[in-house]
Design a binder for this molecule. Structure first.
Ligand SMILES: [Zn+2]
Length: 123
């Protein structure tokens, strides 16, 4: 799903996509002249690789995110929560894919390893 940034208004619109078995949905609205805010959720099952034993396992994903899509180059220090849409188009498919990829790239332990470490980790 692609929407030209200039066609996004202050009244929120909705998006709902599915990538790799994960639903990605939420709202978007204009928050500045060259800026659109996207508030979304990821829900579903994803495959992860355990960082300790290397086994793959699936786990449920339930995350929310807030992103700003801007119609100008993004500085490196801003880039975490910003995406640049230099062609003036917000590509919701790639937003969802990159959010899923960032969850998959986080540190994950399979249920077995997680159980072992419960008493060692202080959060
Ligand atoms: Zn493991």
């Amino acid at each position: 799903m692609q929407i030209p940034l200039r066609k996004i208004h202050e009244s929120p619109g909705k998006f709902h996509l599915k990538e790799d078995g994960i639903e990605c949905f939420g709202t978007f609205h204009r928050s500045g002249r060259y800026k659109v805010t996207i508030e979304g959720k990821l829900k579903g099952e994803a495959d992860f690789v355990c960082d300790r034993c290397g086994n793959s396992f699936s786990a449920s994903v339930d995350e929310s995110f807030v992103l700003e899509a801007v119609d100008r180059p993004v500085k490196v220090e801003e880039s975490l929560d910003m995406i640049e849409c230099l062609d003036g188009v917000v590509d919701f498919d790639s937003v969802c894919r990159s959010e899923i990829a960032s969850i998959e790239s986080q540190y994950h332990l399979c249920p077995e390893c997680e159980g072992e470490e419960d008493f060692e980790i202080e959060i």
